[in-house]
Design a protein around this ligand. Structure first.
Ligand SMILES: NC(=O)c1ccc[n+]([C@@H]2O[C@H](COP(=O)([O-])OP(=O)(O)OC[C@H]3O[C@@H](n4cnc5c(N)ncnc54)[C@H](O)[C@@H]3O)[C@@H](O)[C@H]2O)c1
Length: 339
């Protein structure tokens, strides 16, 4: 089995490659990544010399590169994306380019190469927001699309394209819509690694608005095990919702991290709310649990402890990333490479 993983140098993609290479030592993996500010090959140091792993530098929007990377592959697991909601508010264009156009290029090449399974990693944010006063409501596979941010709109657009390639051309596809992931190798602009690295440095933890917005947190290896099941046992044309059964608001996340790092409450700071902030996401994962036997295995308290421990042990990894020099060089280099 040879699998093309796009965006494998990012947070979830690199966890997925590490998870799969350990579980399936006979499988081969090609990682196609444009190494934007969010891509980091250091995440994959432990496998870079493994003969079953190959890195291809390039963009999912570049058809020739995609053809080269997909050559001889049986499956595609597509993670590559611009993934940060706040950045989509200040600069939406690249989100449409990478998330929509890039997905279409991959689908076209997958169709030509008769790829056996194209799995698209999407988000619960395509469903919009749930009200805070109706905790019984959750997103599931029947929920109508109602994206609010340019990020979620671009992901919704690509979900529809993936389904269209199944319905129109018979491409074998699956889609997963998952909740907020956390764990090792998470770029410290996202809330959990930002709070952890700030706490370690005695910096403030910036909480949006009143801190009441709720996310359903999913430990990243639980997400990897769900994708593993879907690509092997999921039915073509189907969507699966993946959630962590761990709904927490911003204040609860801050409290958990301050507790796990032993830092004072005074680090909590309220900042201006995100524009168009969705107040609640929550996933009902009954379908994947009943049909494929998947369950999240890491609860929030345990997951935060594991994540804090990882950031404590890997200070060099995140210190380098948050240094201005790294961000300037990485952005400049990746802009030049993509040109
Ligand atoms: N992180 C979450 O909580 C979460 C939740 C739901 C869905 N998702 C989805 O999962 C996927 C992975 O998310 P993540 O958090 O690992 O993202 P990330 O930002 O950490 O990684 C994205 C990766 O894609 C690469 N990339 C960006 N543009 C590219 C291009 N044009 N061509 C090739 N590679 C490119 C980057 O270099 C990076 O390695 C995304 O599709 C995201 O929408 C993430």
């Amino acid at each position: 089995m040879k699998i093309l993983v796009t965006g494998g140098a990012g947070f979830i993609g690199s966890n997925f490659i590490l998870y799969m290479m350990e579980k399936y030592p006979d499988y081969s993996f090609v990682n196609l990544d444009a190494l934007t500010y969010a891509g980091n090959l250091e995440n994959l140091k432990s496998v870079e010399k493994n003969p079953h792993y190959k890195f291809v530098y390039g963009s999912v929007c570049d058809r020739e590169k995609v053809e080269e990377a997909m050559d001889g592959c049986d499956m595609v697991v597509h993670f590559a994306a611009e993934s940060h909601v706040d950045r989509s508010i200040t600069g939406p264009a690249v989100f449409v380019e990478t998330n929509v156009v890039g997905t279409q290029v991959l689908l076209d090449v997958a169709k030509e190469k008769n790829i056996k399974r194209f799995h698209y990693v999407s988000t619960d944010e395509v469903f919009g927001a749930l009200p805070l006063d109706k905790p019984e409501l959750k997103f599931n596979e029947e929920t109508l699309y109602a994206p609010h941010s340019p990020y979620s709109a671009s992901k919704a657009g690509s979900d529809h394209l993936v389904r269209a390639y199944h319905d129109t051309f018979g491409l074998d596809i699956t889609i997963s819509n998952c909740s907020n992931n956390y764990g090792p190798y998470h770029f410290p602009e996202k809330v959990i690694p930002l709070f952890i690295t700030n706490a370690f440095q005695d910096k403030n933890l910036p909480i949006y608005g009143t801190g009441k917005a709720i996310r359903d947190y999913l430990y990243v290896t639980d997400h990897c095990s769900a994708i593993d099941l879907i690509i092997h046992k999921g039915k073509s044309g189907e969507t699966y919702c993946i959630g962590g059964d761990s709904e927490k608001n911003g204040l609860e996340v801050a409290d958990a991290i301050l507790g796990a790092t032993g830092k004072p409450d005074s680090l909590k700071t309220f900042v201006e709310d995100r524009r168009g902030h969705d107040m609640r996401y929550a996933i009902d994962h009954t379908k994947i649990s009943q049909e494929l036997g998947w369950q999240p295995t890491v609860n929030f308290t345990e997951g935060i402890k594991k994540t804090v421990d990882w950031y404590k042990e890997n200070e060099e990894w995140w210190q380098r990333i948050i240094s201005k020099e790294y961000l300037d060089t990485n952005r400049k280099e990746s802009n030049e490479k993509v040109k």
